[in-house]
Design a protein around this ligand. Structure first.
Ligand code: NAD
Length: 699
């Protein structure tokens, strides 16, 4: 049973009981129906209260049923809601903590609603590429008013119950409870008070109009078009809410249903649902059981207060975890702390942080020049210069002073974590924590698992990542880990495209039209072209046969390092981020092209995008095959959360799956035949070739 049934004198109470958030799975739906039938049949019962156990009234659909026949098996959610709405005895929803999606739609089908303060209320379906499908778009505008309902449906964001209760004329809540603790008593009292009132009020019978009518919906459509770009769901949500104002209720419901089902089959919706699952799957490591005990992390030390150290520190301070920064010189500490302060003060100026929260965070921060002062930290994160000698000295020191059981992490982007682990006598306590810049903003954290990293160290770091609100993905040890190893191939393709006839702006435009947050050249200008330059110098010394375009080196030789020098692939005006194409750079590319004997050709946007994206896919297939990533969806998470890959395409692996791996492989064969590209690279990775031949997918 996924709901409990009890009778309190003359009121029946149905309590949803499907942890963790009382998802509306088949068993729960069935239990609600049984509860209602039992209450109707019991002559002692005059009213029904429906509520949820534990941490939610209901979080909506049961994600475990996504895509399975159970999700729509009768009684489906629409039938359950109809049963409540048509019940001969009054049904009161007692709402608390979390009321989302199908949970809110169920509540809207009840005759009355009482909510406790602090309840998060949302229709988040747009985040999965959908619109609400069980009456949300028809009943919420009637209960709340057209504008606030439309805003909630189009944004998918949660709003607190007290805020909703304060809206003039709202009929969403009939009463606000004094507190979460008193909710049930107040709901029982309320149910007794209204037990004999007839006719039973129904949200569907409420009027639904907007005074500006068509003009308002036109405005809403324009607004949504600007915000939602290529996402198909938000404009459909506007259509559905408009239908609520223009069509009779039953027709509005049919309209909503039709749009809901059509959206369900769009590639965007499938991609977003894939990512929803991928994010949850990322925290699961195949050979690390979910009940692995985690170490207690109360004190964090960070070595190096530079660009990364400061940003990493802020993550922990924001989460209420004490941080001690260690540097070799007081000036470096002062600089690091000043940057942290400036970042917080900027947030205060923008109204995103309160003074008292700032003070609390700064109170958790301390600094030192002595290793003895950090010996009791539970987790140390090293973020010193990217130099193996410097790392060696730091890890030897840490090994000497840190208490047993402390986790020793490195933020290295390119060095061998196994080698670093062996600078200590406790390699099982060593792990990579590869944050992305700016570390206080970027969501992605690659957790680099060394050969000897202990399972409880991994479990602890994954747990810590959640506390500091990062999306953590485990990577094995290899050059570049998952993300940077793939982006290197993408960068190489971008270079070849210049050699063959493109301008940086043409490549960026095509990539951005595909949906990337930034094309490869704008991204490189932001990150700093010198970083790639340093990597190439090392890489091509080690692998002199690897082909690449020399244009980026020529650019760096001119000191055009990107935004930080005001000039890179593009020009930048002081204080501005707009990329302005530069004729000299284009001439330099043309000159280079001539020197290597290539006659430029016109390259289509389709070819640009395919070469960029398929290079990621081929490298990713090698990464999967080598076990560097344990599942394809982890690679998708890396690219969505760390590299600006378009979310509605679900990550490179999901995109490849949707295109069909056969088609991807065929294109690779074509690219391999291009004399100016790297034929060896375009040989499909064995895993990709095998899956394509078998008609299978990555995910
Ligand atoms: P940075 O130069 O801004 O900061 C390094 C800091 O380490 C400096 O403040 C320096 O004084 C301090 N330091 C040097 N040697 C030290 C020692 N022995 N003990 C204590 N402090 C010492 O460099 P960064 O960009 O913050 O990079 C730090 C690490 O993070 C590197 O391993 C880098 O590869 C990695 N990383 C950087 C980025 C990025 O985009 N900058 C992204 C991911 C990872």
């Amino acid at each position: 049973m996924s709901a409990d049934y009890q009778v309190h004198a003359d009121v029946a109470v149905i309590t949803l009981n499907n942890p963790p958030v009382n998802g509306m799975g088949y068993d729960t739906r069935l239990a609600i129906v049984k509860g209602v039938e039992q209450a109707v049949a019991d002559s002692k019962v005059k009213a029904i209260v429906i509520t949820g156990h534990g941490k939610a009234f209901s979080g909506g659909a049961d994600i475990r049923e996504f895509g399975t026949p159970k999700a729509i098996q009768e009684p489906n959610l629409l039938s359950v809601i109809a049963l409540m709405e048509n019940c001969s005895k009054p049904v009161v929803a007692a709402l608390h903590t979390l009321v989302m999606g199908g949970g809110l739609e169920l509540a809207l089908g009840c005759h009355y609603r009482i909510a406790s303060p602090g309840t998060s209320v949302a229709l988040p379906e747009v985040k999965l590429g959908l619109i609400p499908g069980a009456g949300g778009t028809q009943r919420l505008p009637r209960a709340l008013g057209v504008e606030p309902a439309l805003n909630m449906i189009v944004s998918g964001e949660a709003i607190k119950s007290e805020m909703l209760a304060s809206l003039p004329g709202q009929k969403l809540f009939d009463q606000m409870a004094q507190s979460p603790q008193s909710l049930m008593d107040e709901a029982l009292t309320f149910a007794r008070e209204i037990a004999d009132v007839r006719p039973l009020p129904k949200v569907r019978d409420l009027p639904c109009k907007h005074p500006q009518g068509d003009a308002y919906f036109q405005f809403a459509r324009n607004m949504v078009k600007g915000m939602a770009k290529d996402y198909p769901a938000p404009p459909k949500a506007v259509d559905a809410v408009e239908a609520a104002t223009k069509k009779p209720f039953a027709e509005g419901m049919a309209f909503e249903r039709e749009n809901f089902i059509n959206l369900m089959w769009t590639p965007e919706c499938r991609a977003l649902r894939h990512l929803f699952g991928a994010q949850r799957a990322a925290s699961k490591i195949p050979d690390v059981p979910s009940d692995t005990p985690v170490r207690d992390i109360k004190q964090v030390a960070i070595i190096g207060a530079g660009t990364m150290g400061g940003g990493i520190a802020m993550n922990f301070l924001n989460a209420g975890i004490a941080v001690k920064l260690l540097e070799t010189k007081q000036e470096a500490l002062d600089r690091g702390v000043a940057t942290i302060k400036k970042n917080y003060e900027d947030r205060i100026k923008k109204g995103k942080l309160k003074e008292d929260a700032y003070a609390k965070r700064m109170a958790l921060l301390s600094t030192t020049l002595r290793y003895d002062d950090i010996s009791q930290a539970d987790l140390v994160i090293e973020a010193v210069f990217e130099d193996i000698g410097v790392k060696e000295a730091v890890f030897k020191q840490l090994d000497a002073v840190m208490k047993p059981g402390a986790i020793l992490a490195s933020n290295t982007s390119t060095l061998d974590v196994n080698k670093i682990a062996h600078f200590t006598k406790r390699p099982h306590d060593v792990v990579g924590m590869h944050f992305f810049s700016p570390a206080n903003v970027m969501k992605l954290l690659e957790v680099v698992r060394g050969k000897e990293t202990a399972k409880d160290v991994l479990a602890t770091v994954m747990d810590v990542a959640k506390k500091i609100k990062k999306i953590a993905v485990v990577s094995g040890v290899c050059d570049g880990f998952i993300g940077n190893r793939m982006i290197e191939q993408y960068g190489r393709q971008a270079g070849f495209l210049l050699d063959e006839g493109c301008t940086p702006a043409q490549v960026d435009r095509a990539a951005e039209k595909f949906g990337w947050a930034m094309g490869p050249f704008r991204m490189s200008d932001l990150a700093g072209n010198d970083i790639g330059w340093a990597i190439r110098k090392r890489r091509y010394q080690e692998q002199p046969h690897m082909r690449y375009s020399k244009t980026a080196d020529l650019l760096c030789e001119q000191g055009r390092f990107g935004q930080k020098t005001g000039a890179g692939w593009y020009d930048y005006k002081p204080g501005k981020r707009d990329a302005i194409p530069n004729k000299d750079v284009e001439a330099m590319i043309a000159e280079h092209r001539k020197n290597i004997g290539i006659t430029p050709r016109k390259i289509t946007d389709e070819e640009i995008v395919q070469r960029l994206v398929f290079s990621l896919i081929n490298e990713a297939a090698h990464i999967l095959e080598e076990g560097i990533a344990s599942k394809a969806s982890d690679i998708d998470m890396v690219y969505i959360s760390g590299y600006g890959f378009p979310i509605y395409r679900g990550g490179p692996m999901n995109y490849a799956d949707q295109l069909g791996l056969f088609n991807v492989v065929q294109a690779m064969h074509r690219f391999a035949a291009n004399p100016h590209d790297d034929a060896a690279f375009w040989k499909p990775a064995p895993l990709l070739a095998k899956l394509a031949a078998e008609g299978k997918t990555f995910n």
